[in-house]
Design a protein around this ligand. Structure first.
Ligand code: FES
Length: 145
């Protein structure tokens, strides 16, 4: 699912809770949510069965191919779509690996400044996660201004 981000990567929220920055155009929304340990049921993962049908509270998504499942205007199939803007879904964030919250913004910046030695020994995967987290925090700060 190739997609170009013009302004910024969309923020995905679940019932208002920011859960992830959608910054990998090769992923589906379902894959991104699963990485964050969001509980979402799926079967076909191709837009055929409707098992992953999810309500959109705000925002919009795009599909690489139109899904076969009939959808209301406020529904999406995360298995075969990507956010087209910041999006808020009616899924629960309970149990998800949430890193974006007002409480963690300041502490995360503080931790980054105090522990430079720990960053030197991070793996490429951890480094990518830290960059994603930093981007998310910067976007949150921009939104608050
Ligand atoms: S998992 Fe079948 S439509 Fe999404």
């Amino acid at each position: 699912m190739k997609r170009a981000f013009v302004n910024k990567a969309p923020i995905v929220r679940l019932q208002g809770q920011a859960v992830l920055i959608f910054n990998d155009p090769d992923q589906s929304l379902l894959e991104a949510l699963e990485i964050k340990k969001v509980r979402i049921f799926s079967e076909c993962r191709s837009g055929y069965c409707g098992c992953c049908k999810t309500k959109i509270k705000s925002g919009s998504v795009i599909y690489q191919k139109e899904p076969l499942v009939p959808l209301a205007d406020d529904e999406c199939l995360p298995c075969c779509c990507a956010p087209n803007s910041d999006v808020d879904l009616e899924l629960s964030a309970k149990g998800a690996d949430v890193f974006i919250s007002p409480l963690t913004i300041n502490s995360s910046f503080h931790q980054t400044k105090q522990e430079p030695a720990a960053q030197e020994s991070t793996s490429p995967c951890q480094l990518k996660q830290q960059k994603t987290k930093l981007s998310a925090l910067q976007l949150e700060l921009q939104e608050q201004r």
